[in-house]
Design a binder for this molecule. Structure first.
Ligand code: C2E
Ligand code: MG
Ligand code: MG
Ligand code: MG
Length: 293
């Protein structure tokens, strides 16, 4: 009987795998057309000071709506874009579009210290043309380098750390900001953190979800905040959905937050309407909070 179940299990497993690989192939070929067919667009999610009074940044997040397949999540299509190399042209489009939007906002009355955060995949980070691309995008747009924040993941530190540190130094020299996304979920060693000279750690939302009731999450976040502060890095908590989470983060001394509580990722026009309605655009003189430690 066990044998029979095993066989059924095996049969189920292979057909499930076939279904999955067919889906991947279908999405990969659809993704090849997506850029030309204008199926991609960017959403922007506000990043605010812990008191909710100031807009400190926006994260650009890619969206794909296929005419037949509908909305496809980045969690599904980004890995496919990475595996096929399509992430290079798509990522370049994301960077140019996000930077252009940020420049347009700065030319209005958005705070001059505000940053636009763009996610970089490991494939983009390891591509030899990355630094030249960033230089070109900044020149083309006229956006000050310090207004661009590139989000890396801890995986960047794992693969060929020496080469990665060299790229980070070159980006650093341009004046762009660097942050580590999903911090605490990867495998980066703390000694790399020192050499990487990133400006900011983005505390992963898995530590925030239960932070108002889970003492372990509180301890982890407190440790990250303390370490970041003594290394001179900023921090932002991701995935803040409730005022109880916000209150706990404030108690722990976190300076900046991002999450549904302050706004979901939105199209540019909606983002603008929303932050004006919340009076988050308060003029050029809004200063970034000093770190609290
Ligand atoms: P991420 O960079 O960590 O982005 C944060 C994700 O959390 C986003 O999911 C965002 O919509 C979601 N989020 C924000 N606030 C909340 C909240 O309060 N609660 C919950 N439950 N979720 C929240 P999204 O947009 O689906 O993106 C998923 C991932 O896909 C991103 O994670 C990022 O790794 C990747 N991604 C998205 N756009 C790009 C891109 O342009 N380039 C690259 N390389 N990766 C991208
Ligand atoms: Mg991100
Ligand atoms: Mg994240
Ligand atoms: Mg991520």
């Amino acid at each position: 009987r066990a044998k029979q179940e095993g066989r059924n299990g095996y049969r189920f497993f292979t057909s499930e795998m076939q279904r999955q690989s067919a889906r991947i192939l279908q999405l990969e070929s659809a993704l090849r057309q997506a850029q030309a067919n204008r199926e991609l667009h960017l959403c922007f999610q506000p990043q605010v000071s812990i008191d909710g009074q100031r807009l400190v940044g926006a994260e650009a997040l890619l969206r794909w709506t296929h005419p037949q397949l509908g909305v496809i999540s980045p969690a599904e299509f980004i890995p496919i874009a990475e595996g096929s190399g399509l992430i290079l042209p798509i990522g370049e489009w994301v960077l140019r579009s996000a930077v252009r939007q940020m420049k347009a906002w700065l030319d209005q009355d958005y705070p001059s210290e505000m940053t636009i955060a763009v996610n970089l995949s490991l494939v983009q980070f390891r591509h030899p043309g990355l630094v030249e691309l960033v230089v070109d995008v900044l020149q083309e747009s006229g956006l000050p380098a310090h207004c661009l924040e590139l989000e890396l993941t801890e995986s960047v530190a794992m693969h060929d750390p020496a080469a990665a540190i060299a790229v980070v130094r070159r980006l650093h020299a341009l004046g762009v900001r660097l942050s580590v996304d999903d911090f605490g979920t990867g495998y980066s060693s703390l000694s790399y953190l020192k050499q990487f000279q990133v400006h900011k750690l983005k505390i992963d939302q898995s530590f925030i979800r239960q932070i108002s009731e889970d003492g372990h999450d509180q301890s982890i976040v407190r440790a990250i905040l303390g370490m970041a502060c003594s290394l001179g890095m900023l921090t932002i908590a991701e995935g803040v959905e409730t005022s109880a989470q916000l209150a706990e983060l404030e108690r722990l001394g976190c300076a900046e937050v991002q999450g549904y509580l302050f706004g979901k990722p939105m199209a540019a026009a909606e983002f603008d309407a929303r932050v004006r309605q919340q009076q988050l655009v308060t003029g050029r003189h809004a200063q970034r909070a000093a770190t609290t430690c």
